[in-house]
Design a protein. Structure first.
Length: 79
């Protein structure tokens, strides 16, 4: 499926391409980005280096970036 939620948004100000997004895109996007976020968090937990701001907090901020992007569009449209 060609899912606009999982692609780069080449739109002004990187706004979501609302005209291309269908309800059916959300399930796949949530499943994929949630799985990606879980893998990122697992990688952070498995890091053998001593915990630091850079390898823990900063990495956690980036771990679910794509999930947050999909959720933001979903809640914007649901609202």
């Amino acid at each position: 499926m060609n899912n606009p939620l999982l692609q780069e948004w080449n739109t002004p100000f990187s706004f979501p391409p609302f005209s291309k997004i269908k309800d059916t895109h959300f399930l796949q996007a949530f499943e994929q980005t949630l799985s990606e976020a879980n893998l990122n968090y697992d990688r952070i937990c498995e890091n053998l280096e001593p915990p630091s701001f850079k390898n823990t907090i900063a990495e956690m901020e980036r771990a679910d970036k794509n999930l947050n992007r999909v959720a933001s569009v979903f809640f914007n449209l649901a609202g």
